[in-house]
Ligand binder design. Structure first.
Ligand code: NAD
Length: 421
């Protein structure tokens, strides 16, 4: 097995978490060594240094990454993250999770992820535009609608996707399919903005049904109130769940009778954070995670549940809106408590599914209605959930390991059929 050589600044290492689960799933299906060797390392790792002029006239060099984990099932697909803690280990993990996610839901894509180590909150819009354009130029030979297709992730949105689309099209001509998550007017798709939260809602409803729980009698706590968390909270509230807690990086709020999610969303649109919101009793992120709720939906960052706080988790179900919110070292403890976990590569697959539909629409020049998007997305997510649930029962393993089993089987079959090593 190749050695994992990466700078590890996030503790525990997200990439090590990915490998631990990969190995557990590979053992269940007796995966031959050559597939393990291929799938446990990324195909390509790129580090770019971007000199960018700041608003004050000085120049700063930003470090960016793009990791392509696999192109076995198609062009690589995955987000771009802007955050101060972005490092190679995290981007490698995110790229790997993308490969397993696209394989799991059956999309004709491989997996990749990119990122730039920066704090978008302290950069002006002009600076962010120059950084994004510099990043696009640095990776112009990597990105492409048939090779590697970025999308938004934490700290990026339709705005950054517009800049990538425009910068790339300046070089190669009009190519809307080079990036997804664009604004509607630039060839984006209906339903892309809420897509990841929508997928979280769909998988939560499926999980509740499997466990015989009535959504109207269920409470839910959501950590992270950005794109994924705020949409998931709103859509779950629409399904009758009571959202008793929400949080962002400034802290959290609790109300036993349920929070006013629409008001919280309006506040975020106006102020950018929940810091000054007055909609509930103040709690910390740690307290939110430890609430006794039916559904806990972490939708912020990796490693918010580790072996340190796993003993305090009291949720019946965890739906992983974020990528990697539970460190591998916490799995055994959560499993022993009987917590039903809908893993990230299943729960947050709604985003890449609608991104795929955006790419299809861009290539055909024909655009779908909201209803068509929902009618195409829901069966993809439901089928994936059912396959994972069946595998979980068949192998008597967790939903997480079952999801890896389904994904790895598909990837290994494709590698085998391609042959020619
Ligand atoms: P975002 O930038 O829109 O929002 C992130 C939210 O998390 C913000 O509310 C932020 O304040 C909060 N946050 C950050 N650090 C925190 C901390 N330490 N404690 C509590 N809250 C914290 O990002 P997003 O696009 O919603 O992504 C959230 C997660 O979902 C990430 O793990 C991302 O990889 C994953 N994801 C996103 C998409 C997508 O389509 N955007 C798709 C799949 C997975």
């Amino acid at each position: 097995m190749p050695e994992i050589k990466a700078k590890v600044s996030t503790n525990p290492s997200p990439y090590a978490s990915l490998i631990a689960r990969f190995n557990e799933a590979a053992d269940i299906i007796n995966l031959p060594q050559r597939f393990r060797d291929i799938l446990s390392v990324p195909e390509r790792v790129m580090i770019v240094h971007l000199p960018v002029k700041l608003d004050d006239g000085t120049t700063r060099v930003f470090e960016g990454y793009r990791v392509i984990h696999s192109t076995v099932l198609g062009p690589s697909k995955g987000g771009i993250r802007y955050a101060p803690f972005v490092d190679l280990d995290e981007v490698k993990a995110l790229a790997g999770w993308m490969s397993f996610k696209t394989a799991l839901v059956g999309l004709p894509y491989g997996g990749a992820t990119g990122g730039i180590t920066l704090n978008p909150k302290v950069r002006s819009v002009d600076e962010l535009e120059r950084i994004t354009r510099a990043y696009t130029r640095a990776l112009k030979d990597v990105f492409g609608e048939d090779s590697d297709i970025p999308a938004p992730d934490m700290g990026t949105s339709a705005r950054e996707m517009s800049w990538i689309f425009h910068e790339y099209s300046r070089i190669y001509g009009y190519t809307p399919g080079v990036v997804t998550g664009k604004p509607l007017v630039l060839g984006g798709s209906k339903g892309r903005v809420p897509a990841t939260g929508w997928g979280c809602m769909v998988s939560t409803m499926l999980a509740l049904k499997k466990l015989g729980m009535n959504p109207r009698q269920c409470s839910c706590a959501v950590q992270g109130f950005g794109n994924v968390g705020s949409w998931a909270a709103k859509l779950l509230e629409d399904q009758g769940l009571k959202i008793v807690a929400i949080s962002d990086n400034t802290g959290g709020f609790y109300a036993e009778k349920g929070l006013d999610i629409r008001d919280a969303i309006a506040h975020i649109h106006e102020h950018g954070t929940l810091a000054e919101w007055k909609g509930g009793e103040r709690i910390t992120n740690e307290e939110l995670l430890a609430l006794e709720v039916d559904v806990l939906l972490p939708a912020a960052i990796e490693n918010v549940i580790t072996e340190d706080n796993a003993p305090s988790i009291r949720a019946r179900i965890i739906v992983e809106g974020a990528n990697g919110p539970v460190a591998a070292e916490a799995d055994a403890m959560l499993d022993s408590k009987g917590i039903f976990i809908v893993p990230d590569i299943l729960a947050n697959a709604g985003g890449v599914t609608v991104s795929y539909l955006e790419w299809v629409q861009n290539r055909r020049g024909h655009y779908y209605s909201d209803e068509e998007i929902r009618n195409k997305t829901n069966p993809i997510l439901t089928t994936a959930f059912e396959q994972v649930y069946e595998t979980h029962q068949h192998h008597n393993c967790s939903m997480r390991i079952a999801a890896y089993v389904v994904a790895i089987k598909r990837l290994a079959e494709a590698i085998d059929l391609e042959g020619n090593f």
